[in-house]
Design a protein. Structure first.
Ligand code: SF4
Ligand code: SF4
Length: 419
């Protein structure tokens, strides 16, 4: 190992030190009416590892199924029910009985899908999470109307986990004006919400302010290997841990980015564990954090579900040596790309630019250097999506992107590089 490598590895170990620091973490007790442990009714074969929720007796699977990226038959709202039903049945057999939907997902169809499919299972065999769409609220009356509509769409009488969706400084202020938290606390007292939290996209200073402002049962943050430092996930995780708020993790693969890495980076991982994929390493990084209650993963194919079940049954935390291997592999892969997580909040674009698709193609080009493939993929966008050249720089997407990506500026850069 030369001096540069040594310094790089030492710095990485320092970066990952907090993984070990919280091993003695124990969240304070909580008592919530109606909070009972739920196990899948269909358990069969290897079971996904579970984590306890404080000392309530409730356990959840270490991974939940995100219903933001379900299989479709083309359009975003055209969910492939047959494929989704198979994936959910497989999840239930493996004990992965946590499902996360939201008002906005699949243009409103995700909650309906959750209701239609999950209502075939006993209500005490699965956890359902949904979210108050804070950016859609115009009046205080909207809060109650939407909440009741969500219960109806999901065909349930209560949500196990309920979140104020995608809070940032602006939406937190707006939600306070509309007394959203107070309304939701009343629903919790009435048994319509078991655990109340929020999902979050902003700076860690804002997270600290919101976490300290109210009592929260959990919080959902973006955390993955690449964002640990770049997106200040480390600081966010530590704020929650100090406050005793269990963390639910979104984007553990950074929108799929960590599942598909450069061949030379993957070779480093395969040398250590030949049968493990880059995605499994990324999940193990997140699951090794003791204050992580659960991580979410969107699984559009049954193969994704099978691979995730394999990673989590049983779950093996990363060893010190594996952390170094991971640093070496993903460090090689951390090139200057657009930090897009493919959440699609920026869509629709008035010029039909397929924003996340364009970023995905561009990111791959930046990590492989294959310009011919980049130009080919950009000229073959499907489903009516247009490329970077079509961006008219209207700025409509800017306010909607939780990652604060300067989308029109990137589109101009990508259009230039396409030549
Ligand atoms: S700035 Fe470009 S990408 Fe963004 S909404 Fe407008 S046209 Fe679409
Ligand atoms: S550009 Fe931003 S809003 Fe659009 S998909 Fe990517 S991360 Fe999401």
């Amino acid at each position: 190992m030369d001096r540069r490598d040594f310094i790089k590895k030492a710095a990485t170990l320092a970066l990952l030190a907090p993984l070990a620091k919280f091993e003695a973490f124990a969240a304070p007790a909580t008592t919530v009416p109606g909070l009972v442990d739920k196990q899948s009714s269909l358990r069969e074969g290897p079971q996904v590892a579970r984590r306890p929720y404080k000392d309530t007796g409730l356990t959840v699977p270490l991974m939940g199924m995100g219903m933001m990226r379900l299989p479709t038959r083309g359009g975003k709202a055209d969910i492939d029910y047959e494929a989704t039903e198979k994936i959910i049945a497989r999840a239930m057999r493996a004990g992965m009985n946590y499902f996360d939907t939201a008002w906005f997902y699949h243009d409103g169809q995700s909650e309906i899908c959750a209701g239609k499919i999950l209502s075939k299972y006993p209500r005490d065999s699965y956890y359902l999470a949904s979210k108050m769409p804070c950016r859609a609220l115009r009046t205080e009356a909207d809060v109650e109307r939407i909440f009741n509509e969500q219960l109806r769409k999901c065909k349930v009488e209560y949500f196990d986990f309920y979140l104020m969706h995608a809070l940032n400084a602006r939406l937190w202020k707006r939600s306070q004006e509309l007394h959203v938290y107070e309304f939701l606390k009343k629903q919790q007292a009435a048994g319509k919400i078991r655990l109340l939290g929020f999902s979050f996209h902003d700076s860690y200073e804002v997270l600290r302010e919101i976490a300290n402002a109210k009592e929260w049962d959990f919080c959902q943050i973006q955390l993955n290997y690449l964002d640990w430092k770049a997106y200040h996930s480390k600081e966010q995780y530590e704020i929650l841990t100090r406050r005793g708020i269990p963390a639910i993790i979104m984007e553990p693969l950074k929108g799929g980015r960590l599942a598909s890495i450069r061949p030379e980076a993957e070779a480093i991982l395969r040398k250590e564990r030949p049968n493990d994929t880059p995605a499994s390493w990324a999940f193990r990084f997140v699951g090794s954090l003791p204050n992580v209650l659960l991580m979410l993963s969107g699984m559009t194919k049954i193969e994704h579900m099978e691979e995730n079940i394999k990673t989590l049954s049983p779950f093996e935390p990363l060893t010190e040596k594996e952390r170094l291997v991971m640093a070496e592999a993903f460090g090689k892969d951390a090139v200057d790309t657009v930090p897009c997580t493919a959440c699609e909040y920026c869509l629709p674009c008035p010029a039909s630019v397929g924003i996340p698709t364009v970023f995905r193609i561009y990111n791959r080009y930046k990590s492989t250097g294959d310009k011919a493939l980049f130009q080919k993929e950009m000229s073959e966008l499907d489903n009516g999506q247009h490329g970077a050249k079509s961006c008219i720089a209207c700025g409509a997407c800017l306010k909607k992107c939780p990652q604060k990506i300067q989308i029109p500026t990137w589109m101009a850069t990508i259009a230039r590089e396409q030549k």
